[in-house]
Design a protein around this ligand. Structure first.
Ligand code: CO
Length: 175
């Protein structure tokens, strides 16, 4: 297993749509293993393949709140097949470090996906896991949580975040 580099906003690859996985081979298992390790090391509760530069429909999630496998979900070609209710929870993203904002989502979600061997499964969730599923599947469509903010909040985010990036760059340049 190896840690992979996590791409950060405004990297353009994060805006691209990922392709369906068609081959359930060793390479896919390796990628999933690396993503799991990278997620726990960050630490984070979810990671999608495009965040490590691979445009394939694969996500990993563990919303149990521990930094070791507890409720690990590896989902290939995941889709939300039903959802209900409204939730407004604060979200963050490993690709947008240092920024959190409340996002409107379905309160419950049922995700259909294939496991690492290609077998179809379904998982029903509420709370953090339901939000996590929707957040990670968004990544496969090239959508970040900040894209779901109101236009005003989004433009405030952009200004604040790009300013923060610039300050970090200056800091690095002077040290
Ligand atoms: Co994210």
């Amino acid at each position: 297993m190896a840690l992979r580099e996590i791409l950060h906003y405004p990297e353009s690859l994060l805006k691209q749509k990922s392709l369906p996985v068609t081959e359930f081979n060793e390479e896919l298992k390796q990628l999933a293993d690396d993503m799991v390790e990278t997620m726990y090391a960050a630490p984070g509760v979810g990671l999608a393949a495009p965040q490590v530069g691979i445009l394939q429909r694969l996500i990993v999630l563990d919303c149990s709140g521990s930094n070791e496998p507890n409720d690990l979900l590896i989902a290939v070609n995941p889709e939300i097949v039903s959802g209900d209710g409204d939730s407004l929870e604060e979200e963050g993203c490993l690709s947008v470090p240092g920024y959190w904002a409340s996002v409107k989502r379905s309160a419950t979600a049922t995700m259909r996906y294939q496991n690492i061997d290609g077998v179809v499964h379904q998982r029903e969730a509420d709370g953090l896991l339901a939000v996590g599923m929707q957040h990670e599947i968004d990544h496969l469509e090239g959508v970040l949580f900040v894209d779901r903010l109101s236009p005003l909040k989004r433009s405030m985010f952009r200004k604040k975040y790009l300013k923060m990036l610039k300050e970090k760059e200056l800091e690095n340049a002077s040290s």
